[in-house]
Design a protein around this ligand. Sequence first.
Ligand SMILES: NC(=O)c1ccc[n+]([C@@H]2O[C@H](COP(=O)([O-])OP(=O)(O)OC[C@H]3O[C@@H](n4cnc5c(N)ncnc54)[C@H](OP(=O)(O)O)[C@@H]3O)[C@@H](O)[C@H]2O)c1
Length: 269
Amino acid sequence: MFSSDLFLNKIVIVTGGRSGIGFSISKLFLKLGAKVIIASRSESQIKKAVKELSSYGKSYGHQCDIRDLESLNKFSDWLKNKFKMVDVLINNAGGQFPSTVKTMSPKGWNAVINNNLNGTFNMCHTIGNNFFIPQKKGVIINITANISRGFPGMSHTGAARAGVENLTKSLAQEWAEYKIRVNTVAPGTITTVGLESYPEEIRKLLKASEQKNLMKRFGNPDDVAFAVAFLASPMSDYISGVTLPVDGLEHLAGDRMELYNTLKKYNFK
Ligand SMILES: NC(=O)c1ccc[n+]([C@@H]2O[C@H](COP(=O)([O-])OP(=O)(O)OC[C@H]3O[C@@H](n4cnc5c(N)ncnc54)[C@H](OP(=O)(O)O)[C@@H]3O)[C@@H](O)[C@H]2O)c1
């Protein structure tokens, strides 16, 4: 669908690129000629993924924790030594757990805000200041979620992702003078191994709700990857500060209380 040299020799960072949506994004950028660096916490999983990704192109891995500034500075130094510059940053790393507000501990709330909101800020700040601003060019794509009608049952990630979407608007304006574009892709429910980590009752709920989607399917990681590639490419050169839902209409239609009601029914803590 895209020209195979669309990102030829571009340096592309994908946080959380070792699994799920991030893995598909990495694969697509490799197929389109980029040099892709996947970055996350688990060194062994990174190694495994880099090996698999190598059949699609030049892939690299580096351990980093987006919550930890020291680890990000080390990552940034490594990037500087190895590549000198960075073209695209895809902030895909993140995670959350189902919980009602009533039963959520402040510790759980803070953990998700720290990972999904502060972690994204940390990456933008580190790569922006060390590469994109001095280079006077760069593209940032943040991955959030379907949060436009709130996120009952996962309020922490709803709040964190809303923060990222607003950060996208601020950064896009502040950094336009450096020719840096900043956009967000908001996936709906995407079938990945990430979903398999949820408790059985929620997996059952997901199975049933797939047929209620107006397009009669959940998304797949490639649906997200194609949107990210478009927003990272020169085809979207005049687009910045927006959030693009990739969700088969979930942001408009569907029962937002389903997850919350399931959590209440099974009395999840
Ligand atoms: N699947 C969906 O339906 C869906 C829908 C909307 C949004 N999303 C979001 O899209 C992103 C990818 O989702 P997915 O389904 O592909 O999930 P996934 O397979 O669980 O991927 C999450 C990735 O993030 C990395 N990560 C988590 N915390 C990190 C940290 N502190 N520092 C560095 N890396 C970290 C993990 O690697 P390590 O364990 O090695 O650190 C992992 O590779 C996530 O942010 C997710 O919340 C998913």
